[in-house]
Design a protein around this ligand. Structure first.
Ligand SMILES: Nc1ncnc2c1ncn2[C@@H]1O[C@H](COP(=O)(O)OP(=O)(O)OP(=O)(O)O)[C@@H](O)[C@H]1O
Ligand SMILES: [Mg+2]
Length: 252
């Protein structure tokens, strides 16, 4: 089941006297909720995600997952990057099992890896070398690797942006289905307004210099959502307007 994420007063500067990248960022994600974080390039989205994952220690502020302060990475919260970052000499199953190896699992890794590949529709490719798989299939292997350790939280950093529109749409639906079935908490960084409209329960709009949450928008449409439906198109427009308004506020 999903865990809650809570972050409070998160500020960060990479250099001691440098410009702050994040200033007093706060927010919450409820267990099982999917939240999309959108914002212009360079506003600090990846930095925030790395802080939530315990990969960067913030200059100030605190992050709690399931009420416990995050002090480093854990197999209970997995970050999935924009590129699949697979080991090219390994099979899909071996790559999918990597997180389990890093988490110190000894037994049952192969079975778990195969089962998770099944979750993302790749059961027939388990023994294929990942170099022989398409970009979309490789991203599915990366997703299986993220799911194999049975995390409570998935942090996704533009995971589909390098894929073509059709593969991207298929993977978005797949992540919605799998995370919904497992009840996972998802925080998704995206540049893609449609992706946010199709996947999220809530959208956070982040402004830049320094990065701050400027607006918040709940989306209460049932799933699965039809991209072409008037309701989803209306949500897309609302997100876009909200985004522009937030930026205008910044300029004012
Ligand atoms: N390791 C680092 N050292 C110094 N500055 C950094 C480092 N990583 C990021 N930055 C700076 O912090 C700011 C925010 O970067 P970040 O990668 O979080 O942005 P982003 O919102 O994810 O952008 P994009 O949408 O392009 O991925 C940028 O100005 C970037 O140059
Ligand atoms: Mg980024």
């Amino acid at each position: 089941m999903g865990a809650s994420i809570a972050f409070e007063g998160v500020s960060h500067r990479f250099e001691r006297r440098g410009i702050p990248v994040l200033a007093e960022v706060g927010g919450q994600v409820a267990p099982g909720e999917t939240v999309a974080l959108i914002g212009r390039s360079g506003c600090g989205k990846s930095t925030l995600l790395h802080i939530l994952a315990g990969l960067i220690r913030p200059s100030a502020g605190v992050v709690r997952i399931d009420g416990r302060p995050v002090t480093g990475p854990s197999s209970k919260w997995n970050l999935m990057f924009q590129q699949p970052s697979l080991y090219p000499w390994m099979t899909a199953a071996e790559n999918a099992a990597l997180g389990l190896t890093f988490a110190g699992a000894r037994r049952g890794k192969a079975e778990t890896a195969r089962r998770t590949l099944g979750l993302v529709g790749l059961e027939d490719e388990a023994d294929a070398n990942v170099q022989t798989l398409s970009g979309g299939q490789q991203q599915r292997v990366a997703l299986a690797r993220s799911l194999a350790t049975e995390p409570d939280v998935l942090l996704l950093d533009e995971p589909f942006s390098s894929l073509d529109a059709f593969t991207r749409a298929a993977l978005q639906d797949e992540v919605v289905r799998v995370t919904g079935r497992l009840g996972l908490t998802v925080l998704l960084v995206t540049h893609d307004i449609e992706e946010a409209a199709v996947m999220a329960d809530r959208v956070l709009v982040m402004g830049d210099r320094p990065g701050r949450i400027r607006a918040e928008l709940p989306i209460s449409l049932p799933r699965p959502r039809d991209r072409g439906s008037p309701a989803v198109l209306a949500v897309r427009n609302t997100i876009m307007r909200q985004f522009e308004t937030s930026l205008c506020l910044r300029a004012a």
